[in-house]
Design a protein around this ligand. Structure first.
Ligand code: PLP
Length: 462
């Protein structure tokens, strides 16, 4: 007996859930496949003697379950049912076997491990009782406010906001920001090539996501205007300071334009500033231009060391308690031992020393990339952790990434960062921090050689 399409008598009350169940079973049974477009709300309502609202509610339920995807203006499609474990970077370290430029990491050397060991040893001598005993976030973390403001000022964000949340890094902050600004079914818009974790996270939270066109300065204001005129947008998610895979740094003028539009259409802004103060003469964060609607986050994982899993989320005043509550129910609070260590380092200057060291190391690595790639066009940002290499003319993206890998170098394919299927950019993200400088040099030389070569005909479509 076939499940799809159902007949009116196959449905029970409540009809919206019964219809969602039937569609879910049809997908599991392979009667509906990845990419299939579901009928329009109106057509299906007519065929099943239901109201259009019931079908809409049913489709919203399917988005929430993560089995279909609503694409603004195009319809509702069956999602890929593959496992969620695909990441742009290698899942396992293959140290020594491959030059791994796929993962966004700051440079890490023996001095970082020494600093961590030393910091932990000192902390063991005079750890405050509250860091070990309290379940109350304000008691365990309450003394760190001024130190936190110091670091945020270092990122260009002077804030006296009460809405300052200490987090276990960026990922936790972005989850709280999304949960606070949007409810299941709401639409988030972002850079067409964007943050790889945003796509699955929106799916798990039942949010719709649309990628917008970008130019060399970031999201194109007209693209943002068009979508806001068409439909309600809850939040604009941006990575304006070099960390977008395409490595652009958004100008102050573009930031102001987008802020004005966000005000006009009443859209929240989520600003991912994961690298914090790595850029020396940084443009002021968007949060300084629109504190009333910007959720700003940064962390120490990308600019000091990965193991210092600690960061900040600054939320607009009107959302303080909503955001705190969402933090509480997802994480309870930032891990107090990490918070203690990070704040000690900010106070005693260790964080600043490690930051300066990182800036110098990344400056050298960016120079190395520029020297080796030389006349091959690529995008970079000052002291950036990665570069973006547009796919060389004679290659397809897939073939270039795969062939680089066959030659012992892992890079992240641009398609892993596509936020909508219609995004045209083709390229690869090449991370500069994860390997020793000698391995990075080798890796860049392989990439440079391949980019200048023609693929064998059999590899063109790989
Ligand atoms: C753009 C971007 N933001 C944030 C993160 C994660 O930051 P954290 O390690 O602090 O959670 C990543 C991780 O790769 C990232 O690529």
């Amino acid at each position: 007996m076939t499940i799809w399409p159902p007949k009116p008598e196959d449905l029970h009350r409540p009809a919206y859930r019964s219809l969602a169940d039937v569609i879910t079973r049809a997908i599991k049974a392979g009667e509906l496949n990845e990419g299939d477009r579901l009928p329009t709300h109106r057509d299906l309502a007519f065929k099943l003697n239901l109201s259009v609202q019931t079908v809409s509610r049913s489709y919203d339920e399917l988005v929430r379950r993560g089995v279909v995807l609503g694409e603004v203006g195009r319809g509702t499609f069956v999602r890929s049912q593959r496992s969620d474990t695909q990441t742009p970077f290698l899942p396992e370290s293959q140290y020594g076997a491959i030059v791994d430029c796929s993962m966004l990491k700051p440079v890490f050397e023996a001095l970082h491990l020494d600093a961590m060991r030393d910091g932990l040893a000192k902390m063991s001598l005079d750890l405050p009782a509250s860091a070990a005993s309290s379940f109350r976030p304000s008691r365990a973390l309450g003394t760190y406010g001024n130190t936190s403001r110091k670091w945020l000022a270092r990122c260009g964000l002077e804030t006296s906001s009460e809405g300052l949340i200490l987090t276990n890094g960026n990922t936790s902050a972005m989850t709280i920001a999304l949960m606070t600004t949007a409810s299941p079914g709401d639409l988030i818009v972002t850079e067409g090539i964007g943050h790889h974790a945003l796509k699955p996270l929106c799916r798990y939270l039942g949010l719709r996501l649309a990628g917008l066109g970008v130019d060399a300065d970031g999201v194109i204001p007209e693209a943002f205007t068009r979508i806001c005129q068409k439909t309600k947008v809850s939040a604009l998610y941006l990575m304006p300071a070099g960390l977008n895979p395409k490595a652009y740094t958004m100008s102050r003028e573009r930031r102001i334009e987008l802020v004005n539009l966000a005000r006009r259409f009443d859209v929240s802004i989520i600003e991912n500033d994961a690298w914090g103060p790595l850029q020396p003469n940084r443009t002021a964060p968007i949060a300084t231009l629109a504190p009333e609607r910007t959720f700003y986050f940064t962390s120490l994982t990308k600019c000091i060391m990965p193991g210092l899993r600690f960061g900040y989320l600054v939320v607009p005043e009107a959302y303080e308690s909503a955001a705190e509550n969402r933090h509480l129910v997802t994480n309870w609070m930032a891990t107090s031992l990490m918070s203690e260590l990070a704040c000690r380092w900010i106070e005693d200057g260790t964080a600043e020393d490690l930051l300066q060291w990182q800036m110098t190391a990344l400056g050298e690595r960016n120079q190395l990339a520029a020297d080796i790639l030389s006349d091959i066009p690529f995008n970079a940002s000052e002291n950036g952790l990665h570069i973006w290499l547009p796919t060389p003319e004679t290659w397809s993206e897939e073939a270039f990434v795969a062939h680089t890998r066959l030659n012992g170098v892992a890079i992240a394919s641009g398609s892993s960062f596509k936020m909508s299927d219609d995004v045209k950019d083709s390229g690869a993200r090449i991370c500069l921090g994860a390997e020793s400088i000698e391995s990075l040099k080798q890796g860049l030389m392989v990439i440079s050689r391949l980019a200048r070569s023609n693929p064998e005909p059999a590899l063109q479509t790989f």
